[in-house]
Every structure is written in structure tokens, then in C-alpha cells.
Design a protein around this ligand. Structure first.
Ligand code: FAD
Ligand code: NAD
Length: 477
């Protein structure tokens, strides 16, 4: 988000980069009458990422978890401008964001610049590959709608190709070996969804693949879901075993070719063993990396030179080394995990901060007027003016009382397949760990409640009922 002064009726122009969890949460709560707001993002919708893994198998249709940014903007009190563009560079000294229209259709102008007084960076992160050869060329990621669509298409392509006339048993086995790299929540949730798809639909629709279809989850650390409690990690690993999903822990992928993965397994005695795993579908879910625009901004600011994982911010989310740039979500490093929960709380905090800043300015202006009036007034009018000044000063103290950002952790939830979920929920000052079918219903109700709009909620519920009654759609499109 960025702001420019004295444009239109509001005092500042506020430009916001991104339409993800952090930026949209800020936009929702920001009183746009106080600022001229500009939103810049190549994605003209908000995406409810927690249900994205369900879109890879068609349990939920992707449009059900998308909310057009235009719909969000039209409900704001004052006009907010939106540019569908990628921010290619932020020049923090010139106070300018350079933007580029990356869409298929371009006009005469597809690159330009947007000035700002205040800027909020909420561009999220991109997929980490750690420079491992072959990852970008051969695997699918799971971050955006397009990724989920690509995975859905490839699953069915592997299934149909494996069923091709005269396909050899070895090739059939390779094509139906679905490998997920990364045992964080993204990898675990996807593996669970994929196994559900196989058990509940593919087995019935394409019975000839029953003996060869197999899901493997590869993780470099000694266990999956490192952010969950030990008991839930054990529960997940046990459930995966029962669901016939293979977990390969202590296995670090080193190289990827079009048909195989080369990995290094660490034995209990510490010695290493090289392995080759043939695959049909490879989904790469090894976490986050910095976006180039963030990397470039960091390189311009001396105070960011020691920061490696993102924009280092202070307790008010101001980017260290700047005065007028804030960062929220996965691109900011504020000592919290890169989650939607953190990003949306940070966005809401900034909205409160900016609303309070604007109010402070209004009250200060009113106080200045009243002081002039009071100086000229006599008798009762003077007493009245003095009372008004005192009331405004009290209001000003309240408005200024906004403290630093404090994250309130509500807990962690993940779907693990076979109608089971795991949850580490913060309760009073303790923690409740639970896993199983009841937790799955809690997961479902929590996420349907958290969907962006009533329209999204309705669509998700309809999708769940539809796939339960008719099965998931196996058309390859
Ligand atoms: P994002 O939501 O990623 O948004 C970034 C925005 O910036 C997008 O609009 C993007 O188009 C835009 N953008 C990118 N580059 C540019 C650019 N150069 N210029 C302008 N705009 C740009 N977290 C949870 O707490 N609970 C969950 O259950 C959960 N499930 C998840 C499931 C999946 C499959 C994934 C991938 C993540 C999940 N997360 C979950 C993590 C969560 O989605 C992220 O932490 C969250 O999206 C971060 O919000 P953000 O605003 O920083 O970035
Ligand atoms: P992650 O960073 O949580 O996990 C990635 C995993 O990949 C790590 O465990 C790492 O050891 C492993 N890995 C890295 N390189 C590897 C290699 N070469 N070979 C094998 N394994 C390798 O990533 P994520 O799951 O994409 O999650 C990203 C963020 O989004 C996290 O903060 C997560 O909490 C959040 N998220 C939350 C939920 C949820 O709450 N349900 C769901 C998805 C994502």
C-alpha cells in the first residue's frame, strides 16, 4: 500500500502491493475516506489458500475460494484504484513503484510508475527450490490457482496415460507414482487429498490402476509437520501408514529429471545412501523464498543487509531503514511463521494504525481551530470552547494509544486425509492437541466460517455436497 499527499479530497495517496491475506485484511478495515488508496497486484482476486489443496483433486472448484478484488473495492466508502500489474521495482528514495502489466492483453502502455508517500508491501513469497536442478522444469508447485489446476490436469493425464494400450507394468507403476516433496502442511494436506481422490473416486472410475497407484511423501527432516506437537506428528505418520501413503523422512532431494528424483537418505548411523525414485507426478512443497522485488528493495536499504529471509520490520511493521514503508505477511520478517493467520492480523493492525494516524491529524486540525476561537471568545463562549478542547484532547490521547503489533496465535490446523485432521489449538493460556474425525469436522466448520464472503461459503458447501454425492469430476481439463 502506498500513499501520496494532497491528491483529491484525502490528504494522502496510499498504494498497496498485493491482494493476498495481509493486503486484503488491511484493505477491509482501512477507512479509505482518509487516504487515496491504490492497489497493485497481478492477481485481481483474493485467494483463500487453506482450501487450495482441495482444488487439486476437484473436491472444491477453484472459483469457490476466489473473491474478486473489484468486489472488495466496490464496498469501500471512498474510491480505491486498482491496477492489475506486477511491481517490478520499488525505489524507496524516489518514492516510486515501477509496475508492469504482465497479462496476455496489453495496451499501448504496459509499464509505468506509481508514486507513493506511504507504501505497504504485501507481495507474499515465491516457491523455494534451493537451486536444486530440474525442480522448476519438472515439478508442480502448490501456491496459486493455476498450480492447483495444473496438478488436477496432470493427475488425470498420468492416470489415462498409465491406462494406455500396451503400457508396460513398470511404466504404468512409474506414471502412477505420485511424489510430494516437503512434509510441511502443504505437502501433507495435498498427499491426504490425493489419497482420498484415489480411494473414493479413481478406484471406482478407473479400476485397472488400483494395484499401481501410490503416493509418497519425501521429507528431509526426521519427521513431517515440524510445527505441530509431537503427539500430532505421530498421529499423522500413523494415519498415513494406514492410508497406504509412504512417508520417506530423512530423505533430501538433490536432483530432479523428467521421470526420476535423486535423493539422499540418511541412515540411523549417519551414513548416506543415494536413491532414485521414478515418478509420474511430482509436487514440490518445500516452503517459501524471497520474491525478486523484495530482494531488490532489501539491496537498496543498508539496514536490511543482514536480513536473509525477508524485509526486517520493527514492532509497528515499518521496514527497518525506512520511514514510510511497511511490510506484512510472508515477505516480512517479524519473528512469526509465514501463515495466513499472521498476515491477516498484521494487515488489520496496519489498518488500525493508519485509521488512528488520520484521526490524529483531523483532531489536531480541530484543536488548532478551537484554540484560535477560544483566544478570541469571552464569557460563556470561552468556557464552552475550553471544554471542547479538553474533550478533543482526551479523544486524541485515546486515538494515540495504539501499541505495537502483537500476534495472537489461535492455533494450527491441517487436513491429513481419510476424513481426519490435526489441530493444535491455543486455549486460555494452554494448548489443546487433537486429531481424528471430530477434528476434521472442526477443521471444516472453521475454514468454511473463515471464507472471505457468504458467496464463497455457499460455493464451498455446495462443492463438498456435490463431490460427496456424485464423486469428483475426473475430466482432464
Ligand atoms: P499472499 O497471500 O501470497 O499474497 C501475495 C499477493 O501479492 C498476491 O496477491 C500476489 O498476486 C501479489 N504479488 C506477488 N508478487 C507481486 C508483485 N511483484 N507485485 C505486486 N503484487 C504481487 N496459512 C494458514 O495460516 N493456515 C492455512 O491453513 C494455510 N494453508 C495454506 C495452504 C497452501 C496450499 C498454501 C500455499 C499456503 C497456506 N497457508 C496457510 C499460508 C498462507 O497462505 C500464507 O502465509 C499467506 O498467503 C501469506 O499472505 P501474504 O499476504 O503475505 O501473501
Ligand atoms: P514448510 O516450510 O512448512 O515445509 C517445507 C518442508 O520441506 C520442510 O519440512 C523441509 O524440511 C522440507 N524440505 C525442504 N527441502 C527439501 C528437500 N530438498 N527434500 C526434501 N524435503 C525438503 O512449507 P509449506 O508446507 O509449503 O508451508 C509454508 C508456510 O505456509 C508455513 O509457514 C506453513 O505453516 C504455512 N501453511 C500452513 C498450513 C496450515 O496451517 N494448514 C497449510 C499450508 C501452509
Amino acid at each position: 500500500l502506498g500513499m501520496c499527499p494532497s491528491i483529491g479530497t484525502a490528504e494522502y495517496l496510499l498504494t498497496k502491493i498485493g491482494t493476498g491475506w495481509g493486503a486484503v485484511s488491511l484493505l477491509k478495515k482501512l477507512d479509505t475516506e482518509n487516504y487515496n488508496v491504490i492497489v497493485i497486484s497481478p492477481r485481481n482476486f483474493f485467494l483463500f489458500t487453506p482450501l487450495l489443496p482441495s482444488c487439486t483433486t476437484g473436491t472444491i472448484e477453484h472459483r469457490s475460494i476466489m473473491e474478486p478484488v473489484r468486489n472488495i473495492l466496490r464496498h469501500k466508502k471512498a474510491t480505491v484504484k486498482y491496477y492489475e500489474a506486477e511491481a517490478t521495482k520499488i525505489d524507496y528514495q524516489k518514492k516510486v513503484v515501477y509496475i508492469n502489466d504482465d497479462s496476455e492483453i496489453k495496451g499501448d502502455i504496459s509499464s509505468t510508475e506509481v508514486p507513493f508517500d506511504m507504501l505497504v508491501v504485501g507481495v507474499g513469497a515465491e516457491n523455494a527450490t534451493f537451486g536444486i536442478p530440474g525442480v522448476r522444469e519438472h515439478s508442480c508447485f502448490l501456491k496459486e490457482v493455476g498450480d492447483a489446476q495444473q496438478i488436477r490436469k496432470r493427475i488425470m493425464d498420468c492416470v489415462e496415460t498409465a491406462s494406455f494400450k500396451d503400457q508396460s507394468p513398470e511404466e504404468r507403476k512409474r506414471l502412477l507414482h505420485m511424489v510430494v516433496v516437503g512434509g510441511g502442511p502443504t505437502g501433507v494436506e495435498f498427499a491426504g487429498e490425493l489419497q482420498d481422490f484415489f480411494e473414493q473416486d479413481l478406484k471406482k472410475w478407473v479400476p485397472e490402476i488400483v494395484d499401481s497407484f501410490h503416493v509418497t511423501l519425501v521429507e528431509a527432516l526426521p519427521n513431517v509437520l515440524p510445527m505441530f506437537s509431537k503427539q500430532l506428528i505421530d498421529y499423522t505418520e500413523k494415519s498415513f501408514k494406514e492410508e497406504s501413503i509412504t512417508i520417506r523422512t530423512k530423505t533430501m532431494v538433490k536432483n530432479v529429471t523428467d521421470k526420476t528424483i535423486e535423493a539422499e537418505f540418511t541412515r540411523p548411523d549417519g551414513t548416506k545412501e543415494k536413491e532414485i525414485l521414478p515418478y509420474g507426478l511430482l509436487v514440490w512443497a518445500t516452503g517459501n523464498a524471497l520474491r525478486p522485488v523484495v530482494k531488490d528493495l532489501m539491496s537498496q536499504i543498508p539496514a536490511q543487509k543482514d536480513s536473509r529471509r525477508g524485509l526486517a520490520v520493527n514492532e509497528y511493521l515499518v521496514v527497518n531503514g525506512t520511514e514510510n514503508i511497511w511490510a506484512v505477511g510472508d515477505c516480512a520478517i517479524a519473528n512469526y511463521a509465514p501463515t495466513a493467520q499472521v498476515a491477516s492480523q498484521e494487515g488489520a493492525f496496519l489498518a488500525r494504525l493508519f485509521n488512528s494516524l488520520a484521526k490524529t491529524e483531523t483532531i489536531n486540525a480541530e484543536l488548532a481551530n478551537l484554540s484560535t476561537e477560544q483566544a478570541k471568545a469571552t464569557g460563556e463562549e470561552r468556557t464552552q470552547a475550553l471544554n471542547n478542547i479538553k474533550a478533543l484532547q482526551r479523544q486524541l490521547r485515546r486515538v494515540k494509544q495504539i501499541g505495537p503489533f502483537e500476534y495472537s496465535h489461535q492455533g494450527s490446523l491441517a487436513y491429513i486425509g481419510h476424513d481426519k485432521a490435526v489441530a493444535d489449538i491455543s486455549w486460555l493460556s494452554g494448548n489443546i492437541a487433537s486429531g481424528g474425525t471430530v477434528t476434521y469436522w472442526f477443521w471444516k466448520s472453521a475454514y468454511v466460517n473463515m471464507c472471505f464472503s457468504t458467496r464463497n461459503r455457499m460455493l464451498v458447501l455446495v462443492d463438498w455436497v456435490k463431490s460427496y454425492i456424485f464423486g469428483r469430476d475426473v475430466s482432464r481439463e
